[in-house]
Write a protein that binds this ligand. Sequence first.
Ligand SMILES: [Cu+2]
Length: 150
Amino acid sequence: MIIIMKIFSIFSLTFIPFFALSAEPVKVTITGNDTMQFDLKSFEVESGQKIELTFKNIGKIPKIAMGHNLVILKKGVSAVAFGQKAMVAGANATNALPDSVKGETIVATKLLGPAESETINFTAPEAGDYEYVCTFPGHFAMMRGVMKVK
Ligand SMILES: [Cu+2]
């Protein structure tokens, strides 16, 4: 009986975390609107967890004037500094995320117009705070948030 309990406890310790991490992806939905707001300014996930993130532009203003994307930045990269860097690198209303700055990103959606949405899948990185931002020119001043990884 003791042996069975020991085996059971070893099994629990070893396999439950494994199952927890390989479970269904955590679904996160974030919207962006015509007043340059993400509805979610922060969200929390666990390191190693699969994430299915859906970003929706719920505005009505045409993409050329009010497109939105959602770009998650590497740990330690500030959304404000990155937004400025993207503009210096030539970010514009049709190419909001220049290739030359993509090295500082973890994952990004395309630039979306009204009623468009995109779902991106990724695995939560190591613990820490990861800022996210819309890189449509000028939007980084308002459209920012933090993914907190535990
Ligand atoms: Cu935007």
